[in-house]
Design a protein around this ligand. Structure first.
Ligand code: HEC
Ligand code: HEC
Length: 264
């Protein structure tokens, strides 16, 4: 984890002001190094691809579905004889370039649903900023194709998200609700955790979690998921996104903690 963070830090400047602001709004939190990407000046394709790979395996939550069994198409290797995603992306939708197709797959995943799969992929803007999304696209293109994401895509995304941040005063990918069930759905917790019959079992089911963990441990599991491995799920440590501290308000966090605490 440390090495990954250093790698991200090396190529990326965290938006420190935002980070401090949010860290202050949540009590007693040791937040992770911010994963918000902010490329300054010229960024090389190799830097983008490296950042995208980290996001794909980490904060993006992609590996919860892609690469595990048959829930989602494998992006890293051939699927259906058309090559890895970087090779097949340009042939999916008539008139859509590889880059356009991949961007739409992230922000409107149901616009085109790959044959044989369910439309379960979430809008990735809930997990990643536009800039981060472009980095992931560069990484996907590098898998069997040519990276055509440029500094222009990043610059456009950055100015758009500056406007968004100024408008809302909050980080991208947040929601307003304080209803616990809605939060678990909107924040994609149920993409990896079962709650009753709902959700998917990638991480530990929420049933009984209030007996296993006390309030402090619950808070830590959400804010700093890699600090303590859940018994039986050690091999999945590192899969849960580490940016919930930035995406949840202090109130929303407490709502979730109280709700999970009541699952006995
Ligand atoms: C909850 C499960 C889930 C998560 C999380 C998820 N996906 Fe998907 N994804 C799917 C499924 C299912 C499909 C196939 C159906 C469709 O096209 O929507 C898909 C399709 C895709 C496609 C099109 C594949 C093709 O062969 O044309 C791309 C690209 C993609 N996902 C990228 C990503 C990336 C990048 C992430 C992380 C930022 C991600 N997905 C997260 C389930 C998921
Ligand atoms: C991409 C998959 C993924 C997402 C999304 C995700 N988690 Fe997790 N979560 C995991 C995995 C895997 C573990 C077990 C490994 C570990 O401890 O890091 C875990 C562990 C936990 C634990 C500790 C459970 C125990 O029994 O020890 C809690 C609590 C938790 N997650 C809550 C949440 C909440 C709340 C959200 C949404 C705000 C969320 N998770 C989103 C994958 C995910």
């Amino acid at each position: 984890m440390w090495a990954t963070n250093l790698k991200i830090l090396g190529i990326v400047l965290g938006t420190l002001a935002l980070y401090t602001l949010i860290a202050n709004s949540i009590p007693q939190v040791e937040s992770e190094v911010p994963q918000e990407l902010s490329f300054t000046g010229e960024v090389s394709a190799a830097e983008l691809v490296a950042a995208g790979e980290d996001l794909y395996a980490g904060a993006g939550g992609c590996t919860a579905c892609h690469g595990l069994g048959t829930r989602a198409p494998n992006l890293l290797v051939d699927a259906g004889g058309q090559g890895a995603i970087g090779a097949r992306c340009g042939q999916r939708v008539e008139g859509e370039s590889c880059k356009e197709y991949l961007h739409r797959s992230m922000i409107e995943p149901n616009a085109y649903v790959v044959e044989g799969f369910q439309p379960i992929m979430p809008d990735i803007r809930r997990a990643l900023s536009e800039v981060q999304i472009w980095a992931v696209i560069a990484y996907l293109q590098s898998l069997g194709g040519e990276v055509t994401v440029t500094g222009d895509d990043i610059a456009t995304a950055q100015s758009a998200s500056d406007v968004e941040t100024a408008d809302s005063g909050a980080a991208a990918a947040t929601v307003a609700t304080t209803d616990p069930l809605e939060l678990l759905r909107e924040m994609q917790c149920l993409a990896c955790h079962m709650l009753g019959d709902e959700g998917a079992q990638v991480g530990p089911p929420f049933a009984g979690v209030g007996s296993r963990l006390d309030t402090d441990q619950l808070r830590e599991s959400i804010l700093d998921p890699n600090a303590a491995a859940s018994p039986g799920y050690e091999q999945f440590t590192g899969m849960m996104p580490t940016n919930f501290g930035q995406r949840l308000t202090a109130e929303q966090l407490e709502v979730i903690v109280a709700f999970l605490g009541s699952q006995r």
